[in-house]
Design a protein around this ligand. Structure first.
Ligand code: SAH
Length: 275
């Protein structure tokens, strides 16, 4: 009603038409965003089929994890060209040579982390923000670190857009954990490391769980869980997995596919179209 009034007024007062049209478009945009995050998206069937076939038929039994996986709109976390494959039983590329894990692996890591309401949870490797959103369905205290600034920025914006604005996203080196927000009840590392980063175990509460793929980059990695029991770490192994590497900030600077140093960057062509 108010929106219609505004549009009518805009017709009468052409001077403020553009301002109001902008406002109306923003409101319409908000409506679309909120609808997609709730029950109105056309991927509901695909998502529930994913839960039934890929998770329940395997060993995902925690009802809270199943509900979270059946709620988070995974198609909003993948590039537009991949949307029709968002609920498939495989990982997908998310840009910068990184991947969003297969739904089953996200569910397995989440289940293993045993996240209870009120738990403080750290994710290392925000990527698209999907795993962080799944965690945010289970507790309101989610912290997520991403080393690639552009991925961190996009994930934070996406999470906010989808109603997961309480997730705190930081761009930085996950090897260091997040000392100011520690200690954590659960830590999930969604990139593979050769060994457990000591800063992460130091930030784990008594009784806390750390879930991390361990192994060489591109090689045989194993999903591990460490639980702090009376100060000591108790280790358990799960599946063989394949994750992108947890990189050091220095390695990232030298890695191909990242921005070239300013000296060799192509300079803008005068008069060329920009966008
Ligand atoms: N959990 C993500 C997928 C993670 S892919 C999702 O749900 O989409 C692994 C991510 O870890 C990548 O985005 C990569 O940039 C990030 N990463 C690699 N090394 C890191 C480090 N040292 N600290 C923080 N993030 C890191």
């Amino acid at each position: 009603m108010r929106l219609r009034d505004k549009l009518l007024a805009a017709r009468i007062m052409p001077g403020i038409f553009l301002t109001l049209l902008g406002g109306a478009m923003m409101l319409a945009g908000l409506g679309i965003g909120a609808g997609a995050a709730l029950a109105l998206d056309s991927f509901e069937d695909a998502r529930q089929a994913m839960v039934a076939r890929q998770l329940q038929r395997r060993d995902i039994t925690d009802p809270r994890v199943l509900i979270a996986m059946g709620t988070v709109p995974r198609h909003r976390f993948v590039p537009e060209a991949m949307v029709s494959r968002a609920y498939g039983d495989y990982p997908l590329p998310i840009g910068e040579d990184q991947t969003i894990s297969q739904p089953y692996i996200v569910a397995l890591m989440t289940q293993w982390a045993e996240v209870a309401p009120g738990d403080r949870v750290l994710e290392v490797g925000t990527g698209s923000g999907y795993q962080a959103a799944v965690l945010a369905e289970l507790t309101e205290k989610v912290f997520s670190i991403e080393i690639r600034p552009e991925l961190a920025r996009q994930a934070a914006a996406r999470l906010k857009d989808l109603g997961y604005g309480r997730v705190q996203v930081r761009s930085g080196d996950g090897y260091q954990g997040w000392p100011e927000a520690a200690p954590f009840d659960a830590i999930l590392v969604t990139a593979a490391a050769p060994r457990v980063p000591p800063a992460l175990t130091a930030q784990l509460k008594e009784g806390g769980r750390l879930v991390i793929p361990l192994g060489p980059p591109g090689g045989a990695q194993t999903l591990m869980r460490y639980r702090r029991v009376q100060g000591k770490l108790v280790q358990e192994a799960s599946l063989a997995v394949r994750f992108v590497p947890l990189v050091r900030p220095t390695a990232l600077k030298a890695a191909p596919g990242t921005d070239p140093p300013a000296a060799t960057a192509p300079s803008p062509i005068p008069g060329a179209p920009t966008h």
